[in-house]
Design a protein around this ligand. Structure first.
Ligand code: FAD
Ligand code: NAP
Length: 532
């Protein structure tokens, strides 16, 4: 018989979310176990070790704000920190707050079932361990479940294959190799220039061209860092007031591109292009709302691509005709320029789709390519993938997979009806992936900790949303999304990158509006939640 351990809370995942959640639950006096599939902390930054991986939000903002000593003592070295630097930051956080002793590594949670008699969750791991807990927090990440496309013959390739989100810890030396890479999203945009420098030849398979703005990454000067540290509170406050919660100090213009003349438009775009980074889309307030406005900025980026790429045919293939910002904008260092290298070629899959992977390479409708290695930069089963990979059963044995078969239903992106005391960090229905995620994660972790404290302080044992409130919330998220241009392309926000996944817009645009609603619900005595 399996011996059960009983704790107050179980948290799954030890990335930005899980680490902070553990700290907060401990502070409430809850005995807490964290399970993490990886061998170390870091989540995204533990797994995504591909060359060129870094953050797309400035490092000083892509970091925890909950502890002033922590933000004062940590010195970011670059505008956009590399994956190793972010990982060492999260290692530092784990050590500084003594978090490791409650984390069980190399252990995947496989199932969780709610016991209605005991009002507790029973959580089972792939190591055969069973733990019961009153509270169950999924900090499993929006982008942690790698998407390996189901291409015919995928496993027949004789050489090594890599997914950017599961990169070998020892690194990969592509020197002298013929490499094929599938995908042109953020991970590809970061890794392609680096792989091209090493490989004998790199062939990029592009299904949809991407919009990338320059990062203009650079070392952070001592004075800059000192200024940030002296004004950290203001920076964080400014962040939280922005729809996306990033780029705190960059002015966001409260005027539409359609309201100004061409010279003003160009000057504003030029300024932001030279400055670099995601705040490019803050140039005007209608870019993500009005198709004609978006077309103006799209045209601007296409012209920039044409300037950077020598061969007009290649440049034309790299120019997207979709909505800018409809997928998360990529922040690049030398991406488009890489196509000027003689050892890089671009295959447009819209002309010649991939037909199969063979033992020696990739066959498209037009050609046969031989490779020594293949890289899948094909993204993730985002937002719901890691949640549904666990067999979760709520009241009356209801399976989360079945309940969400037509798309995820949550209240506030945090809780699901009939799954009491289950909390999701940055779940579908919350701003999550449309923001600086550390800011969103902190807000969720604090809300979850406060909610658990409230449940206990008021003498209740469970909390879950009213089903009608969750339905209203899903409708609300769709209404807000439909007001924007986000749903107008085949993005992973919609689940469109995974064949067969329900097409539902999952994140909620607008961080400050969301926080205001959450605060109001709390003030109204947890309106829409059932406390029992
Ligand atoms: P994660 O960091 O994904 O951690 C989840 C953890 O849960 C993982 O370690 C995983 O192993 C574990 N886990 C999952 N399922 C189980 C299970 N069943 N059992 C045990 N363990 C499990 N966001 C930004 O805002 N700015 C950026 O610049 C940025 N850059 C990114 C770059 C890359 C390459 C990627 C992939 C994402 C990026 N993101 C960025 C999004 C990023 O995922 C978040 O910013 C943040 O790191 C998420 O933290 P998390 O703790 O919620 O999830
Ligand atoms: P992604 O944005 O989903 O990109 C995946 C790429 O693979 C797309 O170009 C996609 O084409 C292509 N693809 C998928 N399946 C394919 C198939 N069967 N055949 C051909 N092409 C296929 O994934 P990602 O690049 O890993 O990024 C995911 C998210 O992680 C980003 O949006 C961002 O939020 C975060 N991220 C951030 C950074 C950063 O700059 N800090 C870096 C990496 C990731 P389609 O577009 O046609 O689907």
């Amino acid at each position: 018989m399996i011996e059960q351990q009983h704790v107050d809370a179980v948290v799954v995942g030890a990335g930005f979310g899980g680490l902070y959640q553990l700290k907060r639950l401990r502070e409430l006096g809850l005995t807490t176990r964290v399970f993490e599939a990886g061998s170390g902390v870091g989540g995204t930054w533990y797994w995504n070790r591909y060359p060129g991986a870094r953050c797309d939000v400035p490092s000083v903002e892509y970091s925890y704000s909950f502890d002033d000593d922590l933000q004062q003592e940590w010195d970011w070295t670059e505008r956009y920190a590399t994956q190793p630097e972010i990982l060492s930051y999260l290692d530092h956080v784990a050590d500084r707050f003594d978090l490791r002793e409650d984390i069980t590594f190399d252990t995947r949670v496989t199932s969780a079932a709610f016991d209605e008699d005991a009002d507790r969750w029973t959580i089972t791991t792939d190591g055969g361990e069973e733990v019961t807990a009153q509270f169950f927090v999924m900090a499993t990440g929006c982008l942690s479940n790698a998407n390996m496309p189901d291409i015919e013959g995928r496993d027949s390739f004789a050489g090594p294959t890599y997914h950017t989100g599961q990169w070998p810890h020892e690194g990969v030396d592509f020197t002298g190799l013929r490499v094929g890479i599938i995908g042109t999203g953020s991970s590809a945009v970061q890794s392609i220039p680096m792989i091209a420098e090493q490989a004998d030849h790199l062939t990029v398979f592009q299904r949809t061209p991407t919009y990338a703005v320059p990062a203009h990454n650079r070392p952070l000067e001592d004075e800059e860092l000192a200024y940030v540290k002296a004004h950290y509170d203001e920076l964080r406050d400014a962040n939280r007031e922005m729809g996306t919660a990033f780029g705190g100090w960059l002015e966001h213009n409260d005027i539409g591109v359609l309201e100004v003349d061409e010279a003003t438009r160009e000057a504003q775009f030029d300024k932001r292009w030279e400055e670099g980074g995601l705040a490019f889309l803050g140039a005007f307030n209608d870019l993500l709302l009005v198709p004609e406005a978006n077309e103006i900025v799209a045209d601007y980026v296409r012209r920039r691509i044409a300037e950077k790429v020598d061969d007009p045919d290649v440049a034309a293939k790299l120019m997207p005709d979709t909505v800018v910002g409809c997928k998360r904008l990529c922040v690049d260092t030398g991406y488009y320029e890489t196509y000027n290298r003689p050892n890089v070629s671009l295959i447009d899959l819209q002309d010649t789709p991939i037909q199969r992977i063979t033992p020696t390479g990739i066959d498209t409708a037009g050609d046969s390519f031989e490779f020594d290695a293949i890289v899948f930069a094909t993204g993730f089963d985002a937002m719901t993938g890691a949640l549904l990979a666990v067999d979760i059963e709520g009241r009356q044995g209801r399976s989360l997979r079945e309940v969400w078969s037509a798309g995820p239903t949550t209240y506030l992106g945090v809780q699901v009806p009939e799954f009491p005391n289950l909390f999701i960090i940055s779940g579908p229905g919350s701003p999550s992936v449309l923001t600086n995620m550390v800011t969103s994660i902190e807000q969720h972790v604090e809300f979850i900790a406060d909610t658990i404290e409230h449940v206990r302080a008021t003498g209740h044992t469970t909390i879950e949303p009213e089903p009608a409130k969750a339905d209203e919330w899903v409708a609300y998220v769709n209404t807000v999304a439909d007001f924007t241009l986000f749903p107008r392309c085949n993005s992973w926000y919609l689940g469109a990158n995974v064949p067969g996944k329900p097409r539902v817009f999952m994140p909620l645009p607008g961080f400050p509006g969301y926080v205001e609603q959450v605060d109001q619900i709390v003030d109204n005595d947890y309106e829409g939640f059932i406390l029992a």
